[in-house]
Design a protein. Structure first.
Length: 89
């Protein structure tokens, strides 16, 4: 099994599917933002790479919505993340 590599990703390039946003808990985002201020981002988010029809790249959020939103709230422009590969069925 390959080790996942940490990547610094541009937050603006991370797409959050609409159905994921419905699970957002503002109180949890606030608590995580405070934790990130004190200790930094401990756990990377997980994304999958996607090539869009227009040839541009983006990352689709798989795991870490609250961490991502906490970093946005703090005005950060990058996030540490793992790029995971979609499983083919």
């Amino acid at each position: 099994m390959a080790m996942l590599e940490r990547h610094e990703l541009d937050i603006a390039a991370v797409y959050v599917p609409v159905k994921r946003m419905k699970t957002l808990d503002p109180a949890r985002v606030e608590a995580l933002a405070e934790e990130i201020i004190e200790h930094g981002q401990k756990t990377p988010i997980s994304v999958r790479h996607e090539r869009r029809p227009d040839g541009t790249d983006r990352y689709v959020l798989v795991e870490g919505l609250h961490r991502l939103e906490a970093l946005k709230a703090l005005g950060e422009t990058t996030v540490t993340g793992f790029i995971v590969h979609a499983r083919l069925r």
